[in-house]
Design a protein. Sequence first.
Length: 512
Amino acid sequence: MDLTVNAMWFSIALVFIIAAVSKIAIERIMLDPVYKPRPPVVNSVSLIRLVLTKGLRAMICDQHRKLGSVFSVSFFGLHKVTFLVGPEVSGHFYQGLESEISHGNTLEFLVPIFGKEVGFGVDITTRTEQMRFYNEALKPSRLRSNVDPMLKEVEVSTNLQSEYRHDYIPSIILTPLSGLLLQDYLAKWGQHGVVDLKHEFEQLIMLIASRCLLGTEVRENMFGEVHTLFRELYNGMGLTSVLFPYALTLANRRRDKARVNLSEIFTKIFRSRKRAKQVESDVLQNLIDAKYKNGRSTTEAEVVALIIMLLFGGNHTSSLTSTWTGACLLRHQRSLTAVVEEQKQIIRKYGERIDYNILLEMDTLHNCIKDALRMHPVEPMGIRKVHKNFIVKTKEGTEYEIPRGHTIVSPVLYNHNLPYIYKDPYVYDPDRFSPGREEDRVGGKFSYTAFGGGRHTCVGEAYAYMQIKVIWSYLLRNFELKLVSPFPETDWSKLVPEPKREVMVSYKRVAA
Ligand code: HEM
């Protein structure tokens, strides 16, 4: 009997407590104009099957449809990851102050690769100044002089030498690459043959980088060595190294050794230039000459780290984009005809010459690269950590508060395919960026984020377009090309997704 009475009183008390708490909560919502609800939450366990069977994109699509453009995924109640879908809710992600939103420790694994003197190894003030050095070194007025050396590399790499190459030579036969072998290899495109674009562009971009970024010493005397070391450093970005960057694994030890050897090479160049008071026109020189606001010059170790970071940011991204552009163009006859026609028109106007201003006139080619990158972004997802609560407003007008501690994700790949921004988003259609359509502009500032945006926007965008245009304008002018392997699928197992397997292209040199 006593038990029943107690249970009754307990139930009544509970009802009162719940009512009181709800009243306070409702009053807070009604009275506090600043109060905003948190985004809807979905449990990660319920999503695992979908992610494993259909992939991350399908999961985002599914939740976007069910929950709207802002939703959180809870990992066992311990950590929440909030997805921000679409340009309307992406402003703070890209523009928020570093003290409020930053990469946090998400890129910690890059510190042993780049060095503790740059990027995520230094405080934000130093990093901002270092980004200024890059911006200075890569500004259009400096880039102009790089067109000729770039073109020279493409010509040398594809020009007929003594032999014809009819068949594709698997790269494995040619690696490890000694400098001479590599240059011989690249000099033998000949009259016709078949190549793997992915492989060719990786080499070509490295050659261009060694000439324009690193300078004569590397390009002329130690290209092969630097290329091999750089590859070893790049291979240190496997899953284990990303998760445990300081573990004593074989991959990490190889990575560290390659870093030490690269550092020795660049340090020698740094010292020899200083000793001989030699001044070159490459980006390395700009970094050697750079000065912090307080007048301090960059140190040897900083220059080494800065140049490694630049190679990392620029090489793989550019070679993959060149490859995707090729695959898209050679798959879509309409676009291919349009870019070839554009080259003919430009030749009629300027002759065979290509310079910085002429490259700027290649709008059709520009849009072809841009749409390839829209469909195949090298960074399919941007990630940041929230240090201070902030509010987002969806395009329907709903406001949510994203609290401190959340990880936030901008799903670039998904955003690039939103049908209310891009017409027929899964169709390769470079004209979508032409005057009159300009779908990325109409959609708002962060509709197109293949190069990031806001505070961490890519400093190498102009350089990247320039080198990809140099390569493709040269190829389109001099070769008939055909994609002979199937259109590549994406290999999502890589940290930077890339075309799966080789991208085989047959070529025939056209008569001058
Ligand atoms: C098609 C080629 C390229 C693509 C798609 C690309 C893409 C990107 C993206 C998405 C970011 C932003 C990363 C973030 O928000 O966390 C970025 C940053 C960066 N990129 Fe590029 N990039 C390319 C070429 C280059 C080149 C050629 C260079 C240098 C020569 C370069 C240097 C950098 C650097 C230094 C940053 C860091 C900026 C910062 O943290 O403030 N990139 N790039």
